[in-house]
Design a protein. Structure first.
Ligand SMILES: Cc1cc2nc3c(=O)[nH]c(=O)nc-3n(C[C@H](O)[C@H](O)[C@H](O)COP(=O)(O)OP(=O)(O)OC[C@H]3O[C@@H](n4cnc5c(N)ncnc54)[C@H](O)[C@@H]3O)c2cc1C
Length: 260
């Protein structure tokens, strides 16, 4: 095999390239990534990136020098938009990149409460740019609403508390962390961390077994007039059946209700 294309320049994509070279692949290796950054580690995005003023470069999984040493043809800020498996080509912009071997490492993306994403003060957390935007809003005294009390939502809550924000959490299930840990253990973790210096997974106000209706253009028009007042009381909340969350309420979405 002489040409391998890897789509998705994150953990799986860069590790694929490193291991291909380590195992003796000497052909053309192209790594295509939609984001503009070198491949980076995502777990700190909801932890040290929010609790400290960490430099994004500390998250990079490789340096530019390592990319050069590995002889990777790195296309950053480029989205693969098409795949022709007969001609063995990936489309990137106007370009068709031929492959003999293809690795699709496109990972996951955040589900949004609305297809209308232009409203200021609403974020999901998946990328480095998302984390930087959220961090800039975590100022002491701000009120924030977090939809989803899984690990990521809970970690954002913890970081927001650490930075002196007032936090409201809306969760579709009957307990925080319920999908990963179950109801009993979810509460145990919250209680344990509330009693320690970790102050993790904490909020001033909880709405459990509660879903948020997908945002509609009319909500957004209202909120756009006064984006600073988009608090939980202005979101359409409704109880979930037997604590089972709607798809929308499973996403982690952060609303900044008050900006300073
Ligand atoms: C905030 C946060 C905290 C996390 N914390 C933890 C943790 O504590 N512990 C843990 O084990 N895991 C954690 N995870 C999960 C972990 O980060 C993921 O499992 C890991 O990132 C998966 O890597 P991946 O390379 O498969 O996919 P991803 O990291 O999702 O990367 C996929 C890449 O493909 C790119 N891409 C997608 N489509 C295209 C396209 N068409 N063209 C070009 N590029 C494209 C995307 O832009 C993205 O950069 C966390 C994730 C997040 C978001």
């Amino acid at each position: 095999m002489k040409e391998i294309v890897v789509v998705g320049a994150s953990l799986a994509g860069i590790r694929s390239c490193q291991n291909l070279r380590r195992n003796g692949f000497e052909g053309t290796l192209t790594l295509i990534g939609e984001e503009k950054y070198l491949p980076y580690d995502r777990p700190p995005l909801s932890k040290s990136m929010l609790t400290t003023d960490q430099n994004p470069q500390e998250l990079f999984l490789v340096s530019e020098a390592e990319v050069r040493d590995l002889e990777i043809n790195l296309l950053l800020g480029e989205r693969a938009t098409g795949l022709n498996t007969v001609k063995q080509e990936v489309t990137v912009g106007e370009e068709k990149i031929h492959y003999e071997g293809l690795v699709i490492a496109t990972g996951a993306s955040a589900r949004k409460l609305s297809k209308f994403t232009e409203l200021d003060g609403i974020h999901t957390l998946r990328t480095l740019d998302d984390a930087l935007a959220i961090r800039s809003g975590l100022t002491s005294g701000s009120s924030i609403v977090i939809v989803g009390a899984g690990f990521i939502g809970s970690e954002i809550a913890s970081a927001a508390r650490t930075r002196g924000c007032k936090v409201t959490i809306i969760e579709g299930g009957a307990a925080p962390l319920i999908r990963g840990l179950g109801e009993k253990t979810g509460w145990l973790v919250v209680r344990y961390t509330n009693d320690t210096a970790l102050n993790c997974y904490s909020a001033h106000r909880w709405h459990l077994s509660t879903a948020v209706a997908p945002l509609k253009r009319s909500n957004l028009a209202m909120a756009r007039k006064s984006p600073l007042r988009c608090s939980s009381s202005e979101l359409a909340l409704h109880p979930t059946l037997n604590g089972s969350a709607t798809q929308a309420s499973l996403s982690t979405t952060v609303f900044f209700a008050t900006r300073h």
